[in-house]
Design a protein around this ligand. Sequence first.
Ligand code: BGC
Length: 416
Amino acid sequence: MQRELSFPDGFLWGASTSGYQTEGGGDRTDWWAFEEARRAPEPSGVACDSWNRWPADLDLAAELGLNTYRISIEWARIEPQSGRFDADALAHYVDVVHGIRSRGMSCVVVLWHFTLPEWLGHRSATWRDAGAPAAFERYVRYVCGPLAPYVDWWATLNEANTYSSHGWLKGDWPPGRRHDWLGAVRVYEFMARGHHLAYSAIKDIAGSEARVGLTHVLPWIHPAEKGSAFSGAVQAYWRWLVADHFLGKVRGSLDWLGVQYYYDSPCRTFRLADEDGVVPRTDMGWRIAPEGLYHVVREAHARYGVPIIVSENGIADASDTQRARFLLDHLAWLHRAIDEGVDVRGYLHWSMLDNFEWAAGYGPRFGLAEVDYDTLERTLRPSAGTYGGIASANTIAKGTGDGLTYADGTPSLAPE
Ligand code: BGC
């Protein structure tokens, strides 16, 4: 870094995880059924066994100096059969959120992170089932009271847009529909209804001061070629489809917005051209474009007018040769947005540990901690130390990262 970058007092520095991707044993879900039908590349199995090893995961985060931890609750564990609730599963999650707080960290809880109970998922309508929004509300009402004393930030739904595109267009996630454009758009209506009901339920139970929002992935959509008169309209269309179509339906019931950013999407006339150009890439082949984080948080804040938490940002990087550079560059751009007045309350890295990356299985390594899937041992990667140092100091010290490059030799993509 060319100069020291200090973050606002009380800034949230954290790591994000999700239930299905780390806990293991998610056999009551639509995802598990999808895996058993051999529609996923490999079974999720015991994952990281975080169902049992969660104290070790929290210890890692706290030792690093993080002050925030994000988990999700698995609806299928709480309500394994329609209308039958499992008090032990709820008690487990109360222990986890209490464990987060007792380690001095703030707690972010997501109530739905891609998996549905199989009794809802097996009807191929899943979230489009007429009863889904009310069923979601009933589950939220069941868990909210006992969790509430420990939860600082509630998110109802994670990435409705990713769910819709994989489940209805690509077909590589449940319910496995392909090219169902109508379904992909209509599912938003059901999810938005579920969000509104859950929002009111949490306010009823946890009190009006409870902070309720949701998390959404926002790629940075920008023109691939400068100066095309047409590209502005096409871009606006993509932005609407990816972001505003759904977010527009939930505005009004948002106390905060979780912005999740991974890559940019240069936009050509009729398509997003993610594959274009020579730029540094992650192990997933995703473009590395830290500047995009600046643009998406600015736009989200301007459009929705609520505090923003960057609730996911991270990189598949098994060799850990790019992660520190990636973190520093994204944080430098985020700092610029904050300097310009954007109300950003925190940054949560995806992820605390390697985990089950959905249709990509266990190949991609997103963790600050490496997981050995034979022994389930966790080992912090060197980049975790860089991140922990920044979090503990609430500052990126001048000179941090000097000499670090991306794998293709690009020195840095931080702002000048
Ligand atoms: C999701 C995570 C996922 C990550 C990396 C986000 O879309 O919320 O579940 O693992 O991105 O792909």
